[in-house]
Design a protein around this ligand. Structure first.
Ligand SMILES: [Zn+2]
Ligand SMILES: [Zn+2]
Length: 171
């Protein structure tokens, strides 16, 4: 036969304060008081879990920060023009006869320049920064018919630093 020990007045006061329940709602026996305590704990665990679930969903639905510099879409690296798609000797001659700054405006150069930038994920090949990028000619030997390895993608700062120490091979 279970023993129903009564709750002493002092215990009643402690429980009342601990759980924020009026004195007269504290059960008369310890067994019943323990049961109530367990219910409270269950409730607390449930509430904590609810808070965690809520914050998880808030984090998930929070707007993602915008990437700082996706001026050139870089979802997938785009290959440079295929090596076997080269300019004709006549075309190369024509490009080489042009003023360099006019050459830089030709569709061929724009295509080769964009491909070079995409190939390196639109980052400077020295410092890895995004931003305004230059496509530097390592050599002008293949001008008008550049290959991948003729070009280096540099940010403005790295390009200036480079040319401050090494003179331009042409012009
Ligand atoms: Zn750089
Ligand atoms: Zn350069």
């Amino acid at each position: 036969m279970p023993v129903y020990r009564p709750i002493l007045p002092i215990q009643r006061e402690v429980l009342s304060e601990k759980y924020g329940v009026p004195d007269n709602e504290i059960p008369a026996t310890r067994v019943a008081a323990n049961k109530m305590l367990q219910e409270f704990e269950k409730q607390e665990v449930f509430e904590q879990a609810a808070v965690r679930v809520k914050s998880y969903h808030q984090q998930k639905s929070a707007p993602k920060p915008k990437p700082e510099w996706p001026l050139v879409p870089t979802k997938k690296p785009v290959a440079a023009p295929k090596p076997w798609v080269r300019n004709s000797p006549e075309k190369i001659k024509e490009y080489r006869a042009m003023k360099y700054r006019d050459y830089l405006l030709t569709p061929w150069w724009k295509k080769i320049k964009t491909a070079a930038i995409r190939r390196v994920d639109a980052r400077c090949q020295v410092c890895n920064k995004r931003g305004m990028l230059h496509v530097h000619h390592r050599t002008y030997e293949d001008l008008g018919d550049e290959w991948d390895m003729d070009l280096t993608v540099l940010c403005e700062k790295c390009h200036d630093l480079y040319h401050a120490s090494i003179p331009k091979p042409r012009k």
